[in-house]
Each structure stands twice: as structure tokens, then as C-alpha cells.
Design a protein around this ligand. Structure first.
Ligand SMILES: Cc1cc2nc3c(=O)[nH]c(=O)nc-3n(C[C@H](O)[C@H](O)[C@H](O)COP(=O)(O)OP(=O)(O)OC[C@H]3O[C@@H](n4cnc5c(N)ncnc54)[C@H](O)[C@@H]3O)c2cc1C
Length: 578
């Protein structure tokens, strides 16, 4: 019945991708049925993308019970796969992948007035529910206005109405000319289909951003060459013992908060294969601040509809209990936040089949006969491919400049870099260290290899960056403030203390120093370089490289593979302004 309503298999024959939008996901019955048919059909498209709107999500056990009651036992395995990835009930875009990414489910959760305009997808068919089909007034006009924008080809858009009627093609666009202005997101969604043998990309930069992009492309069957300067790469994160992957919240759930939520969720899903020694969920406390810009953290949560499994307010006693150390204030607790060994994570991602790494200092890129040539400092072409992604942090600006592709009005032209360092404190100085990330003004991470990473400093205008006594002092003072242990500030005071007079101990404290590439507004740049074909960037990750890396990878690799994007359009419109 569902299959016939969608005009299948005829409508997906000879297609590499087929994307369906369902107006209301409900309990997911259509998704399970379509997925099951896709598995059986010899003429199926290579990849099936199911996009659906849902005002909210039921809990996973409820979904399981309802779906099992309505489906035959043969598909219960699919139900289980869906339930295993089922997200928490949070507004935004949730991406679930099945069948090694050949089947994707994109759930847009929230009120339809918000989710429909912010869908970033190009769809072939729409499956309507009764409720939407019979709608009058604003809901009907919202759909009318949205369909031409969402259709991959408006003349061929297949509309399956709830009463069994089928309409092909949608009304011409009612958008005003102002709404029709060129959007980079639109350009990303309408990439020409890339033949299998053309799926070859070069990624410049093997840091956190480059590894995320290379991994996402390789998972989609791309051949990826990753180029980096070996000694610089080892400097980039060698000694960066541990880092934090934490979401953030703001009272109005602004773009940065939504992006951090999307990024954290993507990282949890995409990196779920990584060993617990490299990435482990330890949770994070964000303590109330006692100086500077004080925010009422309990009040921040009041207007938000976020589940307790994602974030909750905890008292001082509860926070101490969670951290396993006496703390002197409460704050927000994010149970799914994680600690990561950056260098080992990068290594693990770059070992994905399909990725080759080479030691090259890239000077510039240039387009020759439809291929991007990647040229080193000696002027030699070291790689070429139809797609190049510059993920070289602050170096991206110089690369674009040297390639004569840097528009002076572009966000990347205004990128700058900020130095900083972490300090490694022997765990015995912190009674074994906290069990979770403790943050606020700075952070203290749980012990790893007997050391707790404390961070981090922000150094403006530096030409070179290295660990310093000043940096250590600053970090110790952050740890002292967070843990309510003023004596920690004294540990390193000019030769008077035990630590400062003990050279070995002082050396151990010197942790790691590195750079952050920062764009105006502290939002990353993820997308194509305007008015070029095949040149992309993933840069400007500031202090949130771990939160944004896997999402950046999925956005670029997803666009190149014709997928719906795993992020709302309004956020995409900001970050894709490169
Ligand atoms: C002290 C400190 C603490 C931090 N803590 C955290 C934390 O807890 N959590 C978090 O999420 N983030 C943290 N960050 C931020 C995080 O490190 C960055 O966001 C992240 O490294 C950005 O990733 P990237 O790949 O863009 O840059 P990098 O990881 O710096 O990688 C860029 C790579 O590009 C290469 N490259 C550059 N130019 C060229 C070229 N011309 N040719 C070839 N290769 C090139 C470089 O060699 C380098 O390997 C911290 C940063 C600092 C400084």
C-alpha cells in the first residue's frame, strides 16, 4: 500500500539516491516498512534517505513496544536497530544511520513552524498525514511555501496524500525575490551527483577537523588523501593528553548552543566505535561562576525543554557527589559529556580504510582541467582530486591567499589565532582527581595516566606558543577556583614551593601548548568556498574542535554524497558562509 502510494519501485528505479519526506513520523511505521522493502527490492536505489518531522519524540521503550505491536516478527530486527539509536527527546535535527550509511533517517524535532522552514534537504517525494493534508490556514500555506524549496525537482515532486490521491509536481514557488537570494546551503544540497570513480578527495590538515572530514568521506566509500606536515602534526596535539567534548546551553537556545548539541550528538554516534581508552563518557559539571559574568544557571534551564539525561541542575552536594570531590557550588551537569585523547582519536579516525596519509607541507591549490592540484612548498604537485578540503586551521587563510582564492570580505579573511596551554597536575595533588570534567572558569579533567589536565589559557597576539610558568600559574589558579582549593595557586610560586623547587616536578606540570583558529562570532566555517567548484573548508574550530569535528565531516561528506544535511538550515546558513 505505502509502496504503491509512493509510485515505487518505478519512482526510484535507476536512481543513486531516493529521499522521502514524511510530514509526521508518528511511531515510525512508514520508515520501517519502506526500509524493509528497500532491502528486498532488486531495483532499489543505492541509498535511501528518510526525512521526517516530529513535534517531539517518545522514549525508546515506548517506541519499541508500539512498533513491535504493529509489525510482523520479520522486521523486529529493524525495530531493534532503530531503537538502539533512538535519540533523546530534544529539539533539532537528529541523524540515524543504518546499513553502513546506505539508509539514513533524519528527524527534525520541534514545532512544525520551526522544523519545516529549517529542513536542509532536497526531496523526491512527500508522504502526507491526514492532519497535515486537511490543514487550513497557516499550516497549509507553510507547506505550500516550503515544497518548491524542498523539492529536488519541483516538476517531478511526488506528493502522496493521505486519502490515497497522488499529485505530481508542486505549485510554482511563492517565495519573494528576496527569499530567493543565493544560499550556500542550497548550493551544498544541490551538488551534482558524483560518479563512483570520481569520489576522490584530498584533505589538507590531519588535525581534529581534517580527521573528522576524512573519516566521514571514507565511511561513504570515498578515496581520501590526507596531507599534513609530519612534525607540525605531531606538535599540533602531541602532549595534548586529554580534552573535553561538552555541549553548552544558553537561555534562548541560540545558534551556538544548538550547534554544540548537534555536534555532541554527532560525535557520540559517529565515534561510538572508538575504544573507551580514547573516548570515554565521564560527564561534565559546569559550576556556577563566582566572579566575572555571573549567570543564573538554574534559570537558564527553565525555559528550555531539555531532558535530564542531557542536562540538569545539581546542588553543591550533588555536584560533589558526582565529582567524587568536595566542591563549593552547584551548577549544570551534562551526563553524556566525554573526555578524549585527541592524538589517539585522530590516529583512530585516520586508520579508516580508504584513507592514505602523506607528509606534505602544502603551499597552494590550483584548478587544472577540472582537478584541484595540491602543490607543495617546492612547487611540486603532490596530489590531485576533483574535491579538496582545506582543514588546516589558521593555515587555511594563508593557503587560500596563496591560491588566490581568498575573498577579502570572506569570514576566513578575518580569522585570527589564539594561543593557549594546558597544565598536567599529578592526580595525588587533587585527591585522585575529579570523576567527571569540572568546568566553569577553565576546566579540570579526570585523571589519565596519573595526570589531570587543567586548562586553559588564552594568549592573544603571540607569534610562537610554548608552555610557560605564567601559563602554569594561570591554570593552577583556575583549578584552585574550580575545586575550592586556594592552596593549589601557591604550588608554583616563584621558587618557594616544593613543586617549583623540584625541577622534575615542575617539568611534569608543563603540559601542552597549542593554537585555536578563531572566526568572528566564534562559529566555524564549514562548507564550499564561494563561486568555486570542489574547494571546501573546515576551519575556525576555536575551543570546540572535538564538538564540531564529526559534524563538520558529515556535513561536507553528506553534501558531496547528496544526503539531507544533519543540521538546521539557519545554522547551516551561518557556518557555510566561509
Ligand atoms: C590549550 C588548548 C586547550 C584546548 N582544549 C580543548 C578541549 O578541551 N576541547 C575541544 O574541543 N577543543 C579544545 N581546544 C581546541 C582544539 O584544539 C581545536 O579546536 C582543534 O585543534 C582544531 O582542529 P583543527 O584540525 O582545525 O586544527 P589542528 O588540530 O591544529 O590541526 C590543523 C592541522 O593542519 C596542519 N596544517 C596547517 N597548515 C598546513 C599546510 N600548509 N600544509 C599541510 N598541513 C597543514 C597542521 O600541521 C595541523 O596538523 C583546545 C585548544 C587549546 C590551544
Amino acid at each position: 500500500m505505502l509502496f504503491a502510494r509512493l509510485g515505487l519501485p518505478h519512482n526510484w528505479r535507476a536512481r543513486a539516491q531516493y529521499t522521502l519526506l514524511e510530514s509526521e513520523f508518528g511511531e515510525g511505521l512508514s520508515f520501517i516498512r519502506l526500509w524493509e522493502r528497500w532491502r528486498q527490492e532488486p531495483t532499489r536505489p543505492v541509498r535511501l534517505h528518510f526525512v521526517a518531522l516530529s513535534p517531539s519524540l517518545v522514549e525508546a521503550p515506548v517506541l519499541r513496544a508500539r512498533l513491535r505491536a504493529q509489525t510482523p516478527p520479520e522486521v523486529h530486527d529493524l525495530v531493534e536497530q532503530l531503537v538502539r539509536q533512538w535519540p533523546l527527546n530534544m529539539p533539532g535535527t537528529h541523524r540515524l544511520d543504518f546499513e553502513e550509511l546506505d539508509v539514513t533517517l533524519t528527524l527534525a524535532v520541534g514545532p512544525v513552524e520551526r522544523t519545516l522552514p529549517s529542513l536542509a534537504a532536497a526531496v523526491d517525494a512527500v508522504l502526507f498525514s491526514d492532519h497535515v493534508e486537511n490543514a487550513q490556514g497557516p499550516l497549509a500555506s507553510l507547506w505550500q511555501k516550503s515544497l518548491p524549496r524542498l523539492a529536488r525537482d519541483p516538476a517531478r515532486l511526488w506528493l502522496a496524500l493521505a486519502d490515497g490521491q497522488i499529485v505530481q509536481g508542486c505549485q510554482p514557488s511563492t517565495l519573494s525575490s528576496a527569499e530567493h537570494t543565493y544560499s550556500v546551503t542550497e548550493h551544498m544540497l544541490r551538488q551534482p551527483e558524483i560518479e563512483k570513480e570520481q569520489r576522490h578527495a584530498v584533505v589538507v590538515g590531519a588535525g581534529i577537523a581534517g580527521a573528522g572530514v576524512a573519516h566521514a568521506l571514507a565511511l561513504r566509500g570515498w578515496r581520501v588523501q590526507v596531507l599534513d606536515v609530519a612534525h607540525r602534526r605531531s606538535q599540533a596535539h602531541g602532549g595534548h593528553l586529554a580534552a573535553a567534548l561538552t555541549p553548552m546551553v544558553t537561555r534562548d537556545d541560540d545558534i551556538r548552543a544548538r550547534l554544540s548539541r548537534a555536534g555532541s550528538l554527532r560525535a557520540q554516534a559517529r565515534w561510538s566505535h572508538v575504544s573507551q581508552e580514547v573516548l570515554w563518557r565521564c560527564g561534565a559539571l559546569q559550576l556556577e561562576r563566582v566572579s566575572g559574568r555571573i549567570v543564573d544557571l538554574a534559570g537558564v534551564l527553565e525555559g528550555l525543554t531539555l531532558p535530564e539525561q542531557w542536562v540538569r541542575y545539581v546542588s553543591c552536594a550533588q555536584a560533589s557527589d558526582i565529582a567524587g570531590l568536595p566542591l563549593n557550588r552547584g551548577g549544570l551537569y551534562f551526563p553524556s559529556a566525554a573526555c578524549i585523547r585527541p592524538e589517539r582519536l585522530i590516529e583512530a579516525l585516520l586508520q579508516t580504510p580508504g584513507i592514505e596519509c602523506a607528509d606534505v607541507q602544502v603551499e597552494r591549490v590550483e584548478k587544472v582541467n577540472g582537478q584541484w592540484q595540491v602543490v607543495d612548498v617546492l612547487g611540486e604537485v603532490r596530489a590531485q582530486a576533483p574535491q579538496v578540503i582545506l582543514a588546516s586551521a589558521f593555515g587555511t587563510q594563508a593557503l587560500l591567499q596563496q591560491s588566490e582564492r581568498l575573498n577579502q570580505d570572506a569570514r576566513i579573511a578575518a580569522m585570527h589565532q589564539l594561543g593557549g596551554e594546558i597544565t598536567l597536575l599529578p592526580q595525588q595533588l587533587l585527591a585522585g582527581g575529579p570523576r567527571c570534567i569540572v568546568s566553569g572558569d577553565g576546566y579540570v579533567l579526570p585523571s589519565l595516566d596519573g595526570l589531570c589536565a587543567v586548562g586553559s589559557s588564552y594568549v592573544h597576539g603571540a607569534q610562537q606558543i610554548e608552555t610557560s610558568r605564567e601559563g602554569v600559574r594561570g591554570n593552577l589558579s583556575r583549578a584552585a577556583g574550580l575545586l575550592g582549593r586556594p592552596e593549589l595557586s601557591e604550588l608554583f610560586n616563584n621558587g618557594e614551593s616544593h613543586i617549583a623547587s623540584n625541577q622534575a616536578c615542575a617539568q611534569a606540570l608543563m603540559g601542552w601548548a597549542g593554537w585555536r583558529a578563531v572566526l568572528p562570532g566564534r562559529l566555524p566555517a564549514i562548507g564550499p568556498i564561494a563561486h568555486t567548484e570542489g574547494l571546501w573548508v573546515a576551519t575556525g574550530f576555536a575551543s570546540r574542535g572535538l564538538t564540531w569535528s564529526s559534524l563538520a565531516g558529515d556535513l561536507i561528506a553528506g553534501a558531496l554524497s547528496g544526503e539531507p544535511l544533519a543540521l538546521e538550515r539557519d545554522i547551516m546558513d551561518k557556518i557555510s558562509q566561509t
